[in-house]
Write a protein that binds this ligand. Structure first.
Ligand SMILES: NC(=O)c1ccc[n+]([C@@H]2O[C@H](COP(=O)([O-])OP(=O)(O)OC[C@H]3O[C@@H](n4cnc5c(N)ncnc54)[C@H](O)[C@@H]3O)[C@@H](O)[C@H]2O)c1
Length: 354
């Protein structure tokens, strides 16, 4: 949480405990939290003793001991991929409200959006970096500046998937002066992209042929597709990667859903890239973690209004008054109350009763 977030909670009459040095990784000092009205506490246990715990990532196994009945846990949970955590939250009767399942009436997922915005923008930044030449020829990018230079062609960026991440990637690539092609399956989305970017990029209907022909001419390919509730389709084949020129770069943002590039496998910030067929692959599953300051501010901006509603009214009343918050409930009083998570694990689903 940002200091402004802390201030909002204290203004609403809540007591806010922040673990000492919690903000250091995001460039936020303890003194800033104190000025905003927080009490700084040593170690994790006093924070976990609170009625409501706000985090970024799902609890780690070493945090399981702090979970207890009726505690409200408001964070990314991603329980469909975490059977053990699901069971622990049920056993400990935690009220688990997941950022990623809070859903507005237009079906948008407002607490996933900020991370896709950040990852989309960052994809161009890291892609531009890896396109630079390096002294080691075996790991060198093509030596291309995305914006080109007067009298020299700019780089060509291909973005597959024109949703939140893809649109943000396209915007940054255009801002850097690159030539941009964006592909999507949704004609209305392509119309929207043409409209907002005023014809400064090429929109293409996504299919096998358009993906192959645009990727083999690209310097930087950004994978940004999402099929809700499913693994990402493998849209860029191994053969297409082999036809790309050496030193080109692929950033597969969709790696957290399995990746939309056949040659992609998950990487980490410690070792973000690998090379297949001369093409540099960047497939980090948690890209926003590398820009923690921006991500923290962006996430608090999005979570704050829901967090305040939950804290002000209590989780039950907040859920009764707000359908988006109700959809955020994953575990409640020992029951699994989110259907897709229940079917992912073969655990009984219980509709939420408040
Ligand atoms: N790696 C990370 O750190 C990170 C961070 C945030 C988001 N993500 C991932 O980024 C991906 C994109 O997220 P988003 O929020 O932009 O999703 P979104 O739903 O806003 O957009 C996805 C787009 O993909 C399009 N699409 C679906 N199938 C397609 C196909 N066959 N060809 C072309 N386009 C197709 C959809 O029409 C949609 O416009 C997701 O997989 C998400 O999990 C990863």
């Amino acid at each position: 949480m940002t200091p402004a977030g802390v201030r909002a909670f204290t203004h609403h009459g809540h007591r806010v405990l922040v673990q000492k040095n919690a903000g250091v990784g995001s460039g936020i000092l303890d003194t800033e939290y104190v000025r905003a009205g927080a009490e700084m506490v040593e170690g994790p246990s006093p924070v976990w003793a609170a009625d409501m715990v706000i985090k970024v990532k799902e609890p780690l196994s070493e945090e399981f001991e702090f979970l207890r009945p009726n505690q409200v846990l408001f964070t990314y949970l991603h329980l469909a991929a975490e059977k053990r955590l699901t069971e622990v939250l049920m056993e400990k009767k935690v009220t688990g409200i997941a950022y990623e399942t809070i859903q507005e009436a237009d079906n948008s997922l407002p607490l996933l959006r900020p991370m896709s915005e950040v990852a989309g923008r960052m994809a161009v930044q890291v892609g531009a970096f890896y396109l630079q030449s390096s002294w080691d020829a075996s790991t060198s990018g093509k030596g291309i500046l995305l914006g080109g230079a007067p009298g020299v062609m700019p780089g060509h960026v291909v973005v597959i998937g024109g949703g939140v991440a893809g649109t943000n990637a396209a915007g940054v690539a255009l801002g850097m002066g690159a030539m941009v092609t964006i592909l999507d399956l949704d004609v209305r989305r392509l119309e929207y992209l043409e409209h907002i970017f005023k014809g400064r990029l090429i929109t293409l209907m996504s299919n096998h042929d358009t993906i192959e022909s645009s990727c083999i001419k690209a310097d930087l390919v950004i994978g940004a597709v999402l099929v809700p509730g499913a693994k990402a389709p493998k849209l860029v084949s191994r053969q297409t990667i082999a036809k790309m020129s050496a030193g080109s770069v692929v950033v597969d943002i969709a790696v957290d859903q399995g990746g939309c590039v056949e040659t992609c496998r998950p990487t980490s910030h410690e070792k973000p890239t690998f090379i297949t067929d001369g093409v540099i692959h960047y497939c980090v599953t948690n890209m926003p973690g590398a820009v923690s300051h921006t991500s923290t501010y962006s996430l608090t901006n999005a979570t704050l209004k829901y967090g305040l509603q939950i804290a002000d009214r209590g989780p039950e009343k907040a859920a009764l008054e707000s359908k988006p918050i109700r959809l955020g409930f994953n575990t409640y009083q020992g029951k699994l109350v989110y259907e897709q998570v229940a079917s992912a694990h073969g655990i009984a689903y219980t509709p939420l009763h408040l």
